[in-house]
Design a protein around this ligand. Structure first.
Ligand SMILES: *[C@@H]1O[C@H](CO)[C@@H](O)[C@H](O)[C@H]1NC(C)=O
Ligand SMILES: *[C@@H]1O[C@H](CO)[C@@H](O)[C@H](O)[C@H]1NC(C)=O
Ligand SMILES: *[C@@H]1O[C@H](CO)[C@@H](O)[C@H](O)[C@H]1NC(C)=O
Ligand SMILES: *[C@@H]1O[C@H](CO)[C@@H](O)[C@H](O)[C@H]1NC(C)=O
Length: 496
């Protein structure tokens, strides 16, 4: 009798185990929330409570995007900035180097990894200096297990950097650009996900989420069809050799750029192919000067301010127009309220165009990407893109067999804002949308990571840096310098 019971139990356990392995094998994707730096609900649950409650997170950038990792054994939770414009993962900025006490507390609150408290940590030979547009991080390589917070996905023995010294960095950075044999000699985070079977392919989809949503989602190895409308259109990633800076980034051809103003009279700015790269780590979108000036003029800005930004009327936030970025077969319509940045301090609210002039470096940053749903597919060397709309959640796995062109979003096309006033309206809109401020996080760190230069490390040692990546050009340095200045000026303006 007892033997039979055990046999039965055995069968039940056996069946259960088989089911659970099958389930795991059937869903090789892992989802992480993308947290906006302004999201008080998330950040207030975390870290040093006293620090968090006194950090005016809501006054910070609307444009820095974080995901949470559990590093080591036992796990230590660390928030890192998601950056499609760089290639390596590192943690532990030196918070003491930051100028404002609020920044210091924010930096401390994103979490800290202590290798000596992790039983699975190994220090590796090799260090490196990572240079971003603004800011640098000197790192020592370590290897440790990394879990994706809130999921059962766990990576063993991942190589990443622990900062020994940083300048102008608010949080660690999770570079999700190309890794092994392209920009690095070791497997980066995206490589490890595929290598260790958490995902079937080296692809991830990114929905940053609108300014008002305060949260987005990144799915490694999967797609959420509840986050876009229409079918995903496949755009080949330009080979590094054919890209403007020769660095293997998420470069694609943009075919035209136009404006659909509230009046509906469409205006084309560019009617020729232009290479742009998609950079979640960059706050602003950078376009050639003539183009940026033309767009700015249509938003009522005749010139840039001393920081190189185009001041615009905040009432534009309430108007139903869109700025339309067209690619082969898909147009991403960016509503005015996503392209206009609202900057608030204790005394007044100032609005700026989320676009800056740059003749050397053209990139689509957060001000454009919030309106797109994009699958970054290294396996097929392509970006699959559609218009972002949030109508729920429906996750599917990406396998090597997945035909992206057949994947259709569940959402209806976005409904344009109904406008009660024409563009002459000067009513203040400062109370209607989420507050934001141009902290260094937005102007500096993010723009910075966008134009990180993989070849610019100064202390790279054997086995760490890529053999293939080119040096940073002087033109790029100029953009970096320029953005740095903007960030510093912005920060000074806020602090004073
Ligand atoms: C990277 O290159 C090395 C040496 O050429 C090769 O052995 C290895 O398989 C490559 N790895 C990947 C993931 O392509
Ligand atoms: C991108 O555009 C350039 C210039 O029109 C063209 O030569 C190139 O073939 C295009 N590349 C891709 C991958 O579409
Ligand atoms: C852009 O190109 C298309 C097709 O080549 C043409 O029909 C259209 O008139 C052009 N628009 C402008 C503003 O040049
Ligand atoms: C944050 O914003 C609120 C309201 O906009 C304002 O009262 C407060 O002074 C701001 N705090 C800082 C540190 O700028």
């Amino acid at each position: 009798m007892a033997a039979r019971l055990f046999l039965l139990l055995d069968l039940i356990i056996g069946a259960y185990c088989q089911v659970s392995t099958i389930e795991r094998r059937n869903s090789r994707y892992v989802k992480l929330p993308v947290v906006h730096s302004t999201n008080k609900d998330v950040f207030s649950d975390f870290g040093d409570k006293r620090a968090i409650t006194t950090v005016p997170l809501a006054n910070r950038s609307d444009v820095a995007y974080y995901a949470s990792l559990d590093i080591g054994t036992p796990p230590q939770q660390v928030f890192v900035q998601l950056d499609t414009g760089s290639f390596e993962l590192w943690v532990n900025p030196d918070c003491s180097d930051l100028a404002g006490s609020a920044d210091v507390r924010f930096c401390q609150a994103v979490g800290h990894y202590d290798s000596s408290s992790s039983s699975t940590a190994t220090q590796l030979a090799g260090s490196k200096t990572l240079r971003y547009g603004i800011g640098t991080a000197k790192i020592q390589y370590f290897s440790d297990d990394i879990g994706l917070t809130g999921t059962d996905a766990k990576l063993k023995g991942v190589q990443f950097g622990v900062a020994t010294e940083t300048d102008d960095e608010f949080a660690g950075i999770l570079g999700i650009g190309h890794g092994i044999n392209v920009t690095t000699r070791y497997k980066n985070f995206v490589d490890e996900l595929a290598d260790q079977g958490v995902t079937d392919t080296k692809a991830f989809s990114l929905a940053l989420g609108g300014k008002e949503e305060q949260e987005g989602v990144i799915i490694f190895g999967g797609i959420d069809t509840g986050k876009f409308t229409g079918t995903l259109k496949t755009l080949p990633i330009l080979p590094a050799a054919e890209s403007p800076d020769g660095v293997p980034r998420y470069w694609v051809n943009m075919s035209s750029l136009s404006l659909t103003p509230p009046s509906g009279a469409k205006k084309d700015y560019v009617n020729e192919t232009m290479a742009v790269f998609l950079d979640s780590g960059a706050t602003l979108t950078l376009l050639p000067t003539d183009l940026a000036n033309s767009i700015a003029a249509d938003f009522g800005a005749e010139a840039t301010d001393a920081n190189g930004l185009y001041p615009v009327d905040c009432s534009l936030n309430d108007l139903p127009g869109t700025l339309d970025f067209a690619f082969d077969g898909v147009t991403i319509k960016v509503p005015y309220n996503e392209v206009v940045r609202e900057v608030r301090n204790a005394f007044f609210t100032q609005c700026y165009l989320g676009i800056m002039a740059s003749d050397d470096f053209v990139l689509l940053g957060d001000t454009m990407l919030r309106s797109a749903y994009a699958v970054f597919d290294q396996t097929n060397n392509a970006i699959h893109m559609a218009q972002y709309v949030n109508c729920g959640t429906n996750e599917i796995e990406i396998t090597k067999e997945t035909d992206m062109s057949t994947i259709k979003g569940d959402c209806d096309a976005p409904t344009s804002k109904t406008s009660s006033t024409e563009s002459t309206s000067s009513s203040s809109s400062s109370s209607s949308s989420p507050s934001s401020s141009p902290s260094k996080t937005s102007g500096g760190n993010t723009a910075a990571t966008g134009i990180s230069t993989p070849g610019a490390s100064t202390t790279a040692q054997a086995g760490d840096s890529a053999a293939t990546t080119p040096d940073s050009s002087s033109s790029r340095r100029r953009v970096e310098w320029c953005l740095g200045l903007v960030a510093v000026a912005f920060w000074a303006a806020i602090v004073i």
